[in-house]
Design a protein around this ligand. Structure first.
Ligand code: HEC
Ligand code: HEC
Length: 317
């Protein structure tokens, strides 16, 4: 009996040492690094691209990188992420050569925005958006905007400490969160005369509505969005401002629990201005997409009418 007990204690000790070693390894080595591909791309900065890039950056970057004190993309502390992921700041992405991204090449920016890997090999977890399916022209337009004379991206030396990812984030980066592959083929703009194709592009690839509106960030499939769990059925619990938590909503065409009975006008009003008839206005992080044209909002609505219905009552909180 004694022998068995002793063997068991040794085994336990061994397990503890292995686990402590693994935990120590994860917390010390941090997020794994990857070798970025060198891309030889120089983006031609034209006025139409700057305009298109401004619209996209307003919807895709402003929410996280805009700082209301500097009135520029100098980054901010992202309170709303909560502490589970660590202490997260978005960074200065103005044209400042030292504190911003003034020294990044166009190729480095493109590679980072597609895959999540910085020029020094650092991988950024999902608290920074990646755009693996964005059309080439949309992506180049964002770069053109970042290089433009727009006041938001004026060189400014404001500096924030880099994010301090939590142990959980580091652990997830060892197993679950990985960089996306760089696309092997050019990605064309959607055919805007085809409502369904256009709406699908906007909802899945450009504005990624499904990412918040499906079950959970951890069960989303960012490469094949339709395979995300609870695709568009809502219920992903989100952190609003001031510690408030509430779920995203069901956008499938289910008549009782989704938006099956909504009119196009109601949908446009909610998406562009955050307004709903007889109900409180939509709260952060559902930002009003005021830059969307009515045609774009209509295309998204047309597409959402075709996603599989899921009966899932999301409580109003
Ligand atoms: C959900 C919030 C969020 C959104 C949306 C977002 N970012 Fe970020 N971004 C971050 C965070 C957080 C970091 C810091 C990540 C790190 O270094 O670990 C970051 C880092 C970066 C960096 C690297 C800066 C550096 O010096 O290392 C660039 C470049 C960048 N973002 C560009 C963009 C662009 C362009 C967009 C819009 C297409 C965008 N981001 C949208 C949160 C966001
Ligand atoms: C960053 C996460 C996020 C993204 C991205 C997002 N939403 Fe939302 N959305 C939410 C949350 C959270 C709510 C609920 C807000 C509330 O309860 O105040 C919501 C609510 C809505 C509603 C109201 C539905 C109802 O039943 O009242 C509509 C419509 C909507 N979103 C459409 C969209 C569309 C279209 C897109 C893409 C263009 C989109 N959302 C992108 C988080 C998001």
């Amino acid at each position: 009996m004694k022998k068995v007990l002793k063997a068991f204690l040794y085994l336990l000790l061994f397990a503890v040492v292995v686990l402590a070693g693994a935990a120590g390894y994860v917390s010390f080595s941090g997020i794994p690094k990857y070798k970025p591909q060198k891309l030889d791309i120089a983006v031609e900065v034209t006025q139409p691209r700057i305009d298109r890039g401004l619209k996209l950056a307003s919807m895709l970057c402003h929410g996280c990188h805009f700082n209301s004190e500097t009135n520029k993309f100098t980054g901010r502390h992202m309170d709303e992420i909560g502490t589970d992921f660590g202490t997260i700041n978005s960074l200065n992405i103005t044209k400042d050569p030292e504190k911003g991204i003034g020294k990044w090449t166009d190729g480095e920016l493109i590679y980072f925005l597609r895959t999540g890997v910085k020029p020094d090999g650092q991988y950024v977890p999902p608290y920074m958006v990646k755009l693996p399916h964005l059309s080439d022209e949309d992506l180049l337009s964002i770069i053109a905007f970042l290089r433009s004379e727009h006041p938001w991206v004026d060189a400014n030396p404001t500096e924030l400490p880099p994010p301090q990812p939590s142990f959980m984030t580091k652990l997830l980066c060892q197993f679950a969160f990985k960089p996306f592959d760089y696309p092997t083929k050019p990605i064309a703009d959607p055919d805007t005369t085809n409502q369904l194709e256009w709406g699908r592009y906007l909802a899945l690839y450009q504005l990624e509505c499904y990412s918040c509106h499906s079950k959970d960030f951890t069960t989303n499939n960012y490469l094949e969005p339709e395979k995300s769990e609870g695709f568009f059925a809502g219920g992903n619990l989100m952190q609003g401002f001031e510690g408030m938590k509430f779920p995203s909503r069901n956008l499938t065409p289910d008549e009782t629990t989704g938006i099956g009975k909504w009119t196009e006008e109601q949908f446009i009003k909610a998406v562009k201005f955050g307004l709903r008839d007889g109900k409180p206005a939509l709260r952060y992080p559902m930002l009003p997409y005021s830059q969307l044209t009515d045609s774009e909002a209509k295309a998204i609505f047309t597409y959402l009418k075709t996603v599989p219905k899921i009966t899932h009552q999301v409580p109003e909180m």
